[in-house]
Ligand binder design. Structure first.
Ligand SMILES: Cc1cc2nc3c(=O)[nH]c(=O)nc-3n(C[C@H](O)[C@H](O)[C@H](O)COP(=O)(O)OP(=O)(O)OC[C@H]3O[C@@H](n4cnc5c(N)ncnc54)[C@H](O)[C@@H]3O)c2cc1C
Ligand code: FES
Length: 296
């Protein structure tokens, strides 16, 4: 069950896993994700299905080890099982022939960009990729982007690879140069996705972001992933995770992402990869009540 078939470190804090999950492999579509649990006392957390091989019955996950759960996952070895793995979850991406698309990934966001970029490419779109990271050793998946994009722009915060600066600077130049852009996809840290939304809004460029709120069950039951889009309440796990970037309430998203900051830092501080890791707090129960003005 959910056996790790192979494991490869692709950046200092980033791993690629191939996991046996035949049912998920058969049904996966671009934009969908799984919810995992690695330890009996651990939290559930989402990772994008980067690709699947239905014949081999395997799925591909690529993740940054940023906290307790992802570090626990990174500590598993080939031959070991992932305790729980549920999916495919979320709505598949809406794919059509848009024309010329800009696909932007920042940090961990490059992993979720890959399956959508591949599907856009397969639908006959012309792609320009913008791949951003902190520094050269954190830049991932350039080869895979290169295989499907006409051009890939790499940028790093410290200038150690590609151009120095943020992905938004490249997009801004493209817009100012009047390059044809029919569709933009941006996935990464919330401030980055908001920055992209603000750049494309004045020109009305069709822009989609994949939101990353806290998710618990991934089935629309717990309310943890509640977001506001076009003034309406949505649950990112079942209504998304992709939404029109110009309609997202990013302030609310960021506020809710910070809900567990204290618990997450405590858990990370207490984390020891080779001992029982989680007497630490987990995300338990419902987290949907705290900031609804109407209390409903
Ligand atoms: C639909 C979706 C797809 C994702 N796909 C990928 C992926 O392919 N690769 C990847 O590296 N990361 C992905 N993420 C982010 C990943 O889920 C978080 O990095 C992970 O949950 C962090 O957990 P942690 O315990 O290791 O870190 P923590 O220390 O607990 O948290 C670090 C940060 O991760 C976020 N986070 C924590 N718990 C959750 C949770 N249950 N759900 C969502 N976010 C959480 C918070 O913003 C937090 O500040 C995805 C998130 C979403 C919503
Ligand atoms: S994770 Fe979306 S409602 Fe629980």
């Amino acid at each position: 069950m959910n056996e790790i078939v192979s494991k490869e470190q692709i950046a200092p804090d980033t791993w690629r896993l191939v996991v046996r999950a035949p049912e998920i492999a058969r049904r996966r579509k671009a934009g969908q994700f799984v919810v995992l649990r690695v330890h009996e006392k651990g939290e559930r957390f989402p990772l994008t299905l980067v690709s699947s091989d239905p014949d081999a019955g395997t799925i591909e996950l690529i993740f940054q080890a940023v906290g307790t759960s992802t570090k626990l996952l990174a500590a598993l070895q080939p031959g070991e099982d992932i305790l729980d793995l549920v999916g495919p979850l979320g709505r598949p991406t809406h794919i059509e022939h848009f024309g010329r698309c800009v696909v932007i990934g920042g940090g961990y966001g490059m992993a979720p960009v890959i399956p959508i970029a591949q599907a856009l490419h397969d639908a006959g779109n012309e792609l320009v990729g913008i791949n951003g990271a902190r520094s050269a050793d954190h830049v991932i998946l350039v080869d895979r982007m290169g295989a499907i994009c006409q051009r890939v722009e790499v940028c790093t915060d410290d200038g150690s690879l590609g151009r120095q600066g943020f992905v938004t600077a490249v997009l801004q130049e493209m817009i100012e140069a009047d390059e044809r852009i029919d569709f933009v996809l941006a996935i990464g840290p919330t401030p980055m996705m908001r920055g992209v939304a603000e750049l494309t809004r004045p020109n009305g460029i069709n822009t989609v972001v994949s939101l990353n709120p806290i998710m618990v069950d991934g089935t629309g039951m717990c309310g943890g992933c509640r977001v506001e889009v076009a003034g309406e309440t949505k649950f990112a796990c079942v209504d998304g995770p992709e939404f029109d970037a110009h309609e997202v309430d990013f302030d609310m998203l960021m506020r809710r992402q910070r809900m567990y900051d204290g618990l997450e830092s405590d858990a990370t501080r207490m984390f020891k990869p080779h001992s029982t890791p989680l007497d630490a707090p987990a995300h338990e129960g419902c987290c949907c009540e705290e900031d609804r003005p109407d209390g409903k």
